[in-house]
Design a protein around this ligand. Structure first.
Ligand code: AMP
Length: 213
C-alpha cells in the first residue's frame, strides 16, 4: 500500500516518512531529496534546479515527473512508497493518478500533517539534515542528539533554502499551488488530517494508528 504524506514545508513529512521507513521497510520518495541529489551532481540541470530551490520556487512538472517515474518503475518499491513532497500541485496529482494506474498501484492512505506558519518557521530555521543518513534534527530542540549523532556532527548540514526569505516564499507557494490539491484528495475515504504540531513520537503514533500497524 502506498502512502501520501501531505502538508506545508516544515510540517514534518520527511521526519515521519523516515520513521515509517525504519519500522516498516518502506521507501521514502522525496522529490526534494531527488532534486538535491541532482544539484549535488553539478550537472547543468542541477544548476538550474538549484536556482529555483534557493528562491523557494517549484521545479518544473516535467523534471519532477521524470524523476518520479524513475522511482515508480523500480519494482523493489512496489506498493511500499511514501510520497513526501509530491504531488505539489493539481497537475502533479492528476499525473500521479495516471502513473499509478499505468503501474497498477494504488494509494492506501493520504495523510495531511497540519501545522501553523509560526511553528513551521521555528522548525525550518533550526533544521539540520545528515548528508549521510538523511536524518533530520533541530538545533533548538535536539541539542543532545546532534552531539551524539552516529554519523558524526560534521555531517549535519543546514539546507540552503532554509532561510527566512525562502521559507516565506515556500509557504506562499504552498498556499497558492499545493493547498488546492486538498480539494482533490479530502473527499476520499482514505484521507485523514492530523495535527502536526505535537511531539514527533505522538504524531508517529497517530500515523501508525491510521496505518493500523
Ligand atoms: P522539500 O524537500 O520537499 O521541502 O523540497 C525542496 C524544494 O524542492 C521545494 O521548495 C521545490 O523548490 C523543490 N520541489 C520538491 N518537490 C517538488 C515538486 N513535487 N514539484 C516542484 N518542485 C519541487
Amino acid at each position: 500500500m502506498n502512502i501520501i504524506l501531505f502538508g506545508p514545508p516544515g510540517a514534518g513529512k520527511g521526519t515521519q516518512a523516515q520513521s515509517i521507513v525504519k519500522k516498516h521497510n518502506y521507501f521514502q520518495l522525496s522529490t526534494g531529496n531527488l532534486l538535491r541529489d541532482e544539484v549535488k551532481s553539478k550537472s547543468d540541470l542541477g544548476t538550474d534546479i538549484e536556482k529555483l530551490i534557493s528562491n523557494g520556487k517549484f521545479v518544473s512538472d516535467e523534471i519532477v515527473n521524470t524523476l518520479l517515474r524513475q522511482s515508480l518503475t523500480n519494482l523493489k518499491y512496489r506498493d511500499r512508497i511514501i510520497f513526501d513532497g509530491y504531488p505539489r500541485n493539481v497537475e502533479q496529482a492528476a499525473n500521479l493518478d495516471v502513473i499509478l494506474k499505468e503501474f497498477k498501484q494504488t494509494i492506501g492512505h493520504i495523510i495531511l500533517l497540519n501545522v501553523s506558519r509560526d511553528t513551521i518557521e521555528k522548525r525550518i530555521m533550526g533544521r539540520m539534515t545528515c548528508e549521510k543518513c538523511n536524518m533530520t534534527l533541530n538545533e533548538y530542540f535536539n541539542k543532545d542528539q546532534i552531539e551524539l549523532h552516529p554519523c558524526g556532527v560534521e555531517h549535519l548540514k543546514k539546507r540552503e533554502d532554509d532561510n527566512l526569505d525562502t521559507v516565506i516564499s515556500r509557504y506562499d507557494t504552498y498556499m497558492l499551488s499545493t493547498k488546492p490539491v486538498l480539494d482533490f484528495y479530502s473527499k476520499n475515504s482514505n484521507f485523514t488530517e492530523i495535527d502536526g504540531a505535537g511531539e514527533i513520537d505522538q504524531i508517529t503514533n497517530k500515523i501508525n494508528e491510521i496505518l493500523k500497524v
